[in-house]
Design a binder for this molecule. Structure first.
Ligand code: HEC
Length: 151
């Protein structure tokens, strides 16, 4: 009697293991099929509304504007883009495609309006400035980062 019970328990254990394996296999299968049936996760293209891109920069890079921007840049941007704008900030090492402002090619195809939009709304791994910054402050920043390439 005892022996039969032990045997039954052993059989049940094996059966449970089998069930577990089947469930696991099904789960893996479901993942593979699921991953294939979904459209490939490509980065949606970064779109800037044309009216934002065409916005004219109302701010002149005056000494006051640049001084204000320098302060903001030091607090909000330098940790990634680097104090000198070279894209080598403290946080840059684990980020992909960080923009080097000292390279004149990096933003030559960008309008001031586009830079404004990117600073305000963020891009890729870059967080948005949003309403933390006033319009004027963002324009100051546009002028400030443009100046890196002219040095
Ligand atoms: C957390 C890191 C981080 C911070 C902080 C940050 N950026 Fe960026 N920035 C990035 C990365 C990464 C990219 C590249 C994004 C991409 O193209 O996917 C980028 C791109 C840009 C671009 C776009 C250039 C282009 O033509 O595409 C501008 C302009 C810019 N940053 C300005 C700023 C300004 C100004 C600040 C401060 C207000 C700032 N960033 C703060 C990480 C950062």
């Amino acid at each position: 009697m005892r022996q039969i019970e032990v045997r039954q328990i052993a059989i049940r254990k094996i059966a449970m293991k089998k069930t577990l394996l089947i469930v696991l296999a099904l789960a893996v299968f479901a993942c593979v099929v699921g991953a294939q049936s979904q459209p490939p996760a490509k980065n949606p293209e970064y779109k800037i509304p044309p009216e934002a891109a065409q916005k004219a920069n109302p701010t002149k890079p005056s000494p006051e504007s640049m001084a204000k921007a320098k302060k903001m840049y030091g607090m909000d941007c330098a940790m990634c883009h680097g104090k000198e704008g070279d894209g080598k900030g403290d946080m840059a090492s684990d980020m992909k495609g960080i923009t080097d402002f000292t390279n004149p090619d990096s933003m030559k195809n960008r309008t001031d309006g586009e830079l404004f939009y990117i600073i305000r709304h963020g891009k890729g791994e870059m967080p948005p400035e949003d309403e933390r910054a006033k319009e004027e402050d963002v324009w100051n920043l546009v002028n400030y980062i443009r100046a890196f390439a002219k040095k």
